[in-house]
Design a protein around this ligand. Structure first.
Ligand code: NAG
Ligand code: NAG
Length: 208
């Protein structure tokens, strides 16, 4: 491809995409030394804003502007800490369950949850996703379109059956992924705007 064509395509890409994301990663591990058993990180436009782990046991701001969120929403850090602590307990149990399902309790194991939402500022379209991985492979995922859990792994069948039966939970997940998450993303962007611009996250913010 000729260099000027590349630039042309890059230019088009820049114009059509004003894309933001809020992502949560929970990682529970077992048998991994020098690593906390549970780690939660929150990212906005792929920049870490909040971290919690089973050693620190507190939601910790990773960007200065997150402290301003706390100033305007006084329970923000406390609520985050509480929900991470609950998640820590749940994920420690979950990794034990997974180890038994795979009939392999020895060695190192990792359970990961990734959830979040994306928002294209230019057309307002949002995307949400929620998925679990175990030992580096897909375990189970939420299909937002059908509001059902999907998996290709026999070890996740009973989980899928149980979670699919819980209609209230599925409705909550959908609402979270399509509304609550996007609202928080917009809030974070408002507070972090200048900083997120300064750190130069590629083509982000070019139209704002
Ligand atoms: C913190 O939790 C309380 C009680 O659930 C809720 O009313 C409040 O809106 C939450 N605040 C934030 C900033 O998340
Ligand atoms: C689990 O693993 C043990 C040892 O590898 C084996 O003897 C046993 O049959 C396995 N059980 C199941 C249900 O796969």
């Amino acid at each position: 491809m000729k260099p000027y064509m590349f630039l042309l395509l890059l230019g088009i890409h820049k114009v059509v995409t004003v894309y933001h994301s809020l992502k949560y990663f929970y990682t529970a591990s077992s048998g991994v030394s020098h690593f906390p058993e549970f780690v939660a990180v929150v990212l906005v436009d792929d920049i870490e804003i909040l971290r919690y782990d089973s050693k620190i046991t507190k939601a910790t701001p990773k960007q200065d502007w997150v402290i301003r969120v706390e100033q305007d929403h006084p329970l923000f850090l406390q609520n985050s800490t509480e929900s991470f602590r609950v998640a820590e307990e749940v994920y420690k149990k979950n990794i034990d369950i997974a180890k038994q399902r795979f009939n392999k309790t020895e060695g190192t194991h990792i359970l990961q949850m990734m959830t979040g939402c994306e928002w294209d500022e230019s057309d307002g379209i949002t995307y949400g996703n929620l998925q679990f991985g175990y030992d580096g492979e897909d375990f189970i995922a939420f299909d937002l379109r059908t509001e059902r859990w999907i998996t290709s792994r026999p070890q996740a069948h009973s989980t899928r059956a149980k979670w699919d039966r819980d209609q209230e939970d599925r409705a909550y997940r959908k609402k979270y992924l399509t509304q609550t998450c996007v609202e928080w993303l917009r809030t974070y962007l408002m507070y972090g705007k200048s900083v997120l611009m300064r750190t130069g996250t590629g083509t982000l913010w070019t139209l704002s």
